[in-house]
Ligand binder design. Structure first.
Ligand SMILES: Cc1cc2nc3c(=O)[nH]c(=O)nc-3n(C[C@H](O)[C@H](O)[C@H](O)COP(=O)(O)OP(=O)(O)OC[C@H]3O[C@@H](n4cnc5c(N)ncnc54)[C@H](O)[C@@H]3O)c2cc1C
Length: 423
């Protein structure tokens, strides 16, 4: 269903010229190259056929390649990576401010070289990888010659408590021997390697009380690695895989960082990642808001009145505006705190809970305004709705973050200090 909207991005007076230029250049690609092709870019079928014809898939691939070339030419490729690894070398804040623009169109991040879980693995490899690991895994991953997955969550243990992981790696000579059962390992079918979170013994603690986690790279096809299935998600086949690691042996040098640093590496991945994800959600909310208003201004109901004249609908506009603005300012406040080196834990958990919930509400209203079209495949709203709901579970479910917020706030009051909302 064609809509006429473009993303309206103007220079922000409080940002420096460089970020403003990046945002304008990103918006130009989104508006000129991506939005007009949205219906074709992902090879979707809109006529109810069960299989997608080959030529539709090929056209989608070629369109994506064209846009990726234009992105590279405009020097907007891989905002999450340093320049020496083929990225833009952006600062944390610059990257955050670019994300809300590039995520206006669902899936557009991949056209800018940011594809989860590869992007998270790339960042961990940049930080923890040895020069040999950079050469063997990171380089092909950044050049698009390899795919990867992150294998942490387990079906029989709560993912919200990372200390509960039971997948174990034991050092035998020069090899790690891995045994465990994982699921929701995204991109599992295509991955050439898996970063696996394993429980490892601390040689200095024979009691095993202080066992920590280590992330270990397991290549595709390693004997003992068995993909059980892609777990269906939202009623569709998926590449979020259930995987058994049965006596999988990999060389010792496949471990990432020092033994026992797996949790820290996961935190590194999630901390800044949560700000980026929230800015992505804000870009998507921005789109849902624009779509909602476009429909309010054009749809006539019960005679000759437009939806925009109805007070129920005006309430939707005001509520969604407030949801987006509050989510955005909260995320920017959190990012500024991180940038300044202040303790951002309460703010990170707050945005992780607040932003997906606000996103969910904003998309829900847009769907309501569009009626049946809102849940159809003709608009991106249905996919956004599922994405927003899923975000309330992934990267730590809501309740766990709320518990942390309360604990940290109360701790400060118990220490005789109250909360300073200005900092
Ligand atoms: C689409 C998708 C993609 C994913 N991709 C990956 C991936 O690539 N790699 C990977 O390793 N994992 C992945 N995950 C898994 C995700 O990280 C986990 O689902 C998440 O961490 C929650 O873990 P869980 O599902 O085991 O839920 P649980 O930990 O069992 O939690 C279930 C619910 O219990 C509640 N709860 C938990 N603790 C408390 C408490 N103390 N008090 C009150 N309530 C509580 C929470 O509401 C929570 O929602 C993905 C998940 C999804 C949905």
């Amino acid at each position: 269903m064609a809509t006429n909207l473009k993303m309206n991005v103007k220079p922000v007076p409080t940002l420096d010229d460089e970020v403003n230029e990046i945002r304008l250049a990103t918006a130009e690609i989104v508006n000129k190259e991506i939005l007009p092709n949205e219906g074709k870019l992902w090879g979707w079928m809109s006529d109810g056929s069960s299989t997608t014809p080959k030529e539709v898939i090929e056209e989608a691939k070629s369109l994506r390649r064209d846009i990726q070339d234009k992105v590279k030419k405009a020097r907007l490729w891989a905002p999450h990576l340093p320049q020496e690894f083929g990225g833009m070398g952006l600062s944390f804040m610059q990257h955050a401010y670019m994300n809300e623009v590039l995520s206006y169109s669902p899936g557009a991040a991949s056209l800018f070289g940011v594809v989860a879980p590869n992007s998270g693995n790339q960042k961990i490899l940049v930080k923890y990888g040895t020069p040999e690991q950079h050469e063997k895994w990171l380089k092909p991953l950044t050049e698009g010659r390899m795919q990867s997955a992150f294998s942490m969550t387990e079906p029989h243990n709560p993912g919200s408590d990372p200390t509960a992981i039971t997948t174990r790696a034991v050092l035998e000579g020069d090899e790690w021997v891995i045994n465990g059962h994982k699921w929701f390992t995204s991109n599992g079918h295509a991955a050439d390697f898996y970063v696996v979170m394993c429980r490892t013994a601390d040689p200095k603690d024979p009691t095993g009380k202080n066992e920590k986690m280590t992330q270990i790279i397991v290549p595709k096809g390693a004997p003992g690695l068995k993909i059980v299935r892609g777990v269906p998600v939202w009623g569709r086949a998926s590449s979020h895989c259930e995987i058994i690691y049965d006596n999988v042996r990999v060389p010792k040098e496949n471990q990432l960082g020092r033994t026992g640093t797996g949790h820290q590496a996961a935190q590194d991945r999630l901390g800044a990642g949560r700000v980026y994800h929230c800015m992505n959600s804000i870009g998507s909310m921005w789109r849902a808001f624009d779509l909602m208003i476009e429909r309010l201004m054009t749809r006539k109901v019960h005679g000759d009145e437009k939806l925009e004249d109805k007070q129920f609908m005006q309430g939707f506009v005001a509520d969604s505006y407030m949801d987006i603005q509050s989510a955005r300012l909260m995320t920017i406040h959190c990012a500024e705190k991180m940038e300044a080196g202040a303790d951002p834990r309460v703010d990170i958990s707050s945005i992780k809970v607040y932003v997906p919930a606000a996103y969910h509400r904003v998309v829900d209203r847009a769907i309501q305004v569009w009626g049946a079209a809102g849940v159809s495949g003709d608009l991106p709203l249905a996919g956004m709705y599922q994405g927003a709901r899923t975000l309330r579970l992934a990267d730590g479910p809501d309740e766990v973050h709320k518990i942390l917020i309360a604990k940290l706030v109360l701790r400060r009051y118990h220490a005789g200090e109250s909360w300073d909302f200005g900092n």
